[in-house]
Design a binder for this molecule. Structure first.
Ligand SMILES: Cc1cc2nc3c(=O)[nH]c(=O)nc-3n(C[C@H](O)[C@H](O)[C@H](O)COP(=O)(O)O)c2cc1C
Length: 396
């Protein structure tokens, strides 16, 4: 659940600050990316160098990086980067500032910029924790949607006994793990996503291909993985990085793609065919590079295997969604494809829509099913992927 998640850890000036090193280690062990921000006073308790080493990222404390050059740290970007923010340990002082929306430090401004869920793990002496002001401030934070990871009771640094001990690092990380597990709307689903073009080889150096960049399929894989699905991404030749936690299978031709899907298909419950699979392939493959000879030449082609039709015969429980990229009579063509190939739904994008289709970072889609049509605005491919996954969630 924490694999590939961006965790922002804010450390404040409590005697329990040393435990934040263990929190960082727990997150790293669980595959999260972690960045640390520190309050001024927390550096009296634990050094930034310890935390930057463990987190593998520079630690940030101040707005200004270098007074001479005017270089500064961007609290807004960092807030948006985070999938989750954790303040641990959280002092009474910081809890008060957070509840009042104060922003006189980098850490506090980052909290206000964060769009993600925020967790606060208080650590303080029992009387500080019991104090009416602390109670009121924690209540305000809860009302603002912040989750409080309640401290434990036990022996405190002051020598007193009571409630105020920072929860153990493992328990804090498990608390956040459970939060994501709860939110993982696609857990226990295995989703196959195809992406990119196929290359149908003519000789060892030439092929018939198309302009598909693979971006839409990769965005779908990333979104499905974030929602807890087991994702297999079967992709033609593209220059894209594999999304975290996704099993990637590289293929070249339509035949390879069919073979790869068949291997995974029986255990999957969703197949999304966003790849631009070639319709034709050369009848013969020349194992030597073809030489330039006559003024004209022709290559004989035959149909590639019809992946969706082949799979339709093997279909049991699977929800199968195809893609159609059309240039004219778009809806009719898409409806026809959905019917012919026994699809549950089809995602239509038209090359007539500006910013849609191959290569762009945006897309504009219409989702067609046998009994409804859902039109969406032009959006980033990540947002389009979220719309498609919402639809898949509804269906399953
Ligand atoms: C040795 C020592 C331990 C402290 N431990 C705590 C603590 O556990 N919890 C707390 O709320 N304040 C504690 N304080 C007080 C905070 O360090 C102080 O309120 C500080 O201003 C907090 O600043 P910050 O919240 O910006 O990090 C401690 C102070 C000292 C000197």
């Amino acid at each position: 659940m924490l694999k590939g998640k961006n965790v922002l850890l804010a450390i404040t000036g409590s005697i329990a600050a040393y435990k934040s090193a263990y929190i960082v280690r727990e997150f790293i062990k669980k595959g999260a990316n972690i960045k640390v921000v520190m309050s001024e006073s927390s550096t009296d308790f634990i050094t930034p160098i310890t935390l930057s080493t463990l987190s593998k990222n520079p630690v940030i404390k101040d707005f200004v990086k270098d007074k001479n050059s005017g270089e500064w740290n961007n609290h807004v970007d960092l807030g948006i980067w985070a999938d989750v923010m954790l303040v641990a340990p959280a002092t009474a002082h910081t809890i008060s500032k957070l509840s009042n929306g104060e922003a006189d430090s980098f850490m506090l401004a980052t909290y206000l910029s964060a769009r993600c869920p925020v967790f606060v793990a208080p650590a303080m002496d029992l009387d500080m924790y019991k104090h009416a002001s602390t109670k009121k401030n924690l209540l305000i934070l809860k009302e603002n949607g912040v989750s409080i990871i309640e401290p434990d009771s036990g022996e405190l640094a002051s020598g007193l006994e009571g409630k105020g001990r920072l929860k153990e690092p493992e328990d804090i990380v498990n608390h956040i793990y459970d939060y994501f597990l709860d939110k993982a709307t696609l857990k226990k689903n295995k989703i196959i996503i195809t992406a990119g073009p196929t290359h149908e080889m003519i000789d060892p150096v030439r092929y018939i291909g198309n302009n598909s960049s693979g971006k839409m399929g990769f965005a779908l894989a990333e979104e499905a993985q974030k929602r807890g699905a087991e994702v297999v991404l079967i992709t033609g030749p593209v220059g894209l990085e594999t999304p975290y936690g996704v099993k990637r299978i590289d293929i070249i031709s339509a035949e390879d793609m069919l073979k790869a899907i068949k291997k995974e298909y029986s255990q999957a419950n969703v197949l999304v065919m966003s790849a631009a699979v070639a319709d034709y392939q050369p009848i013969t493959f020349s194992d030597k590079k073809l030489k330039k000879k006559n003024e004209e030449m022709s290559i004989e082609l035959k149909k590639t295997p019809d992946i969706l039709r082949t799979l339709a015969k093997l279909k049991k429980k699977q929800l199968v969604i195809g893609f159609a990229l059309e240039t004219n009579d778009e809806k009719n063509n898409a409806y026809q494809k959905m019917k012919n190939k026994n699809l549950d739904a089809i995602v239509l994008n038209s090359l007539n829509d500006k910013g849609a289709g191959f290569g762009y970072d945006t897309n504009k889609i219409t989702l067609l099913t046998p009994n409804k049509e859902l039109e969406f605005d032009l959006k980033s491919k990540m947002d389009v992927a979220a719309d498609i996954m919402n639809f898949i969630e509804e269906c399953i």
